[in-house]
Ligand binder design. Sequence first.
Ligand code: BGC
Length: 738
Amino acid sequence: MRTLIPSAMVALTLFSCAPKTGRSPVYLNPSAPLEDRVEDALSRMTLEEKVAMTHAQSKFSSAGVPRLGIPELWHTDGPHGIRPEVLWDEWDQAGWTNDSCTAFPALVNLAATWDRELSRLYGDCIGQEARYRGKDILLGPGINMGRTPLNGRTFEYMGEDPYLAGELVVPYVQGVQANGVAACVKHFAVNNQETRRTATNSVVDDRTLYEIYLPAFRKAVTEGGAWAIMGSYNLYNGQFNCHNKKLLCDILKGEWGFDGVVVSDWGGCRDDDEAVSNGLDIEMGTWTNGLRGAASDSYSNYHLARPFLERLRDGRATAEQLDDKARRILRTVFRTAMSPEPHYGSFTSPEHFAAARKIAAEGLVLLKNDGTLPLSVPEGGKLLVVGENAYKMMVVGGGSSNLKTKYEVIPLDALHEVYDGKVQVEWQRGYVGDVTTDYNKVVTGQDLSESRSAARLLEDAVSAAREADVVLYIGGLNKSAGQDNEGTDRADIVLPYGQDALIEALAEVSSRLVVVNISGSPVAMPWADRVNAIVQGWYGGSESGHALVDVLTGAVNPSGKLPFTMPLSLSDGPLKTERQYPGVKEEGKQWWQEYYDEGVFVGYRWYDTRQIPVQYPFGHGLSYTRFEYSDASVKKAADGWKVQLTVKNTGEVAGAEVVQLYIADREASVERPAKELKGFEKVYLQPSESRKVSFMIGREDLSFFDAARHAWVAEPGDFEALVGSSSADIRARLEFKL
Ligand code: BGC
């Protein structure tokens, strides 16, 4: 049988496609109002076309309307760079050669900058990369709160404080979306661990939900104007979050007026009826259900595919339900792929790598320094570098944030760049950590095999240290399972691979020992008193080595501040029982239950209120210069209170200080944290320069969430405005009354 279409017929078909009138339809008119375009497109679509848009058609795309020229939506991880192209139905990279991206620093590194402008720059750059790669929805940023330091995805999030994360997520979202790419803020909500992430019900009271776990999401939506939100894998209120009525319908789309699209986490949609009714708009996943395996004709078996169509046809689902989803998806298309302004983006530009380097460096946190930093090694002297993380490439791995980057500068190479010809740089591995060098077929090309025993590695490092002028230890965690990695949590905050013993042994023989801990989450530092300086490093992306060496040598003066508490030990933290973490299996209940019994007391809210000593407090970070605070005052203003102070750089080099404002409620009808962050400003100052910093405090900054009234309440009484350099280093306490 002939299947080719005769050429005369092709001509006829083409002719019949030509527009019948000179005017193009409203939905194609880029200058028509968004809602007019949406309604016009909707009116032209069939039921089947609308349903087709509500579920995946491949691993990372959902359907458009081919007949009308409405493009598909292309989704991409996120959140640290543009994920390499994967196969249609597989996680493995597709082997394209044009998709090696700029790897930006992990979001925890961005959070440690405490810099709104850098967050905007980050968003803008990654938005440009997404647009250039033809992506419409960037699956990020992630802003779940650091409830436990063990959460394997802490590195992908923005720390333990809702105000800090909220302030930084807004410019990130705006930066991304300025490029006609939707930021898909994830994972909504109360998704704070990887252990049994698809089978755990988070039991959280409303006060805790509204005060700790929702504010950053709310800001992303109401101030950042996020166009997309990703539901999380876990359950809340006994219902899976990708179709959770309270979270999606009542709060997100109700209270916050979100008009964008809710995307499921991959395979996170679990129920035919709830998928239709409870606020989900696009179901993404793998096969029939990304978590449970394959089936033929898989995408039409999605909850929002054939089952949805059946429901629409037999009346169990309504046209209104379908149209609401279709409208939101069309809105997303007209904001992105068919945006009124043309956006073309750019990819791996020198500007993007420069931005990655700047953000990485500005987020490095100087935890301790006795003057050993910035490094000074005598001409012709020896700098001994110890530790696997000086050498191991870190962009590859970690889960869905895995990237294929054009290049990655490792710390050791960056040190050679600076010191070769002047100082002898020697590397000793010291321990063996993670020897894997590929993830989803993205390979680093490094050879991390090792034949020496653990004892021999330690011995080699220690004897080399005896001969060195300065010892620079670069270790910490990595992105293997059980470390900073999606899908698993850590078992403890103790450094793995015997690193504590190694650092102690180095401290015995070196009087100039600098430790760089590279991790995305808190670690214990029992040796802190015995080393000369400590830098908290992160997964810094393509330019991580350069950024670290910029700070170590003093080319960049460190100004990062911890976005989470560095506790002394795990047992000091607020999660004391199994029912709090990782959850318990209860008689008669299908899912694991996890009780947020600690309430609002997470992170520094816990340690400060209970007066538990920590290794390094939230907001802590030193500089190579000094800052003096003076003239702090609080005054009543028309719409609140104005706090003012002067900060002066009293040292010899230029630097930046993050001035932090905390509020303490001295008398309240509910137990409130000892203090809560309500403002911060990063101030860059030349030596001897001073600057006035001011903050406005409004009633909302004094409020707690009263669950019984379902309202924010500021109770009259005494308050304090605390200004300082960290949550523990308070330089002025200013009393005022409401
Ligand atoms: C992760 C998401 C990610 C998605 C797509 C999921 O497993 O939880 O954060 O965006 O996969 O890769």
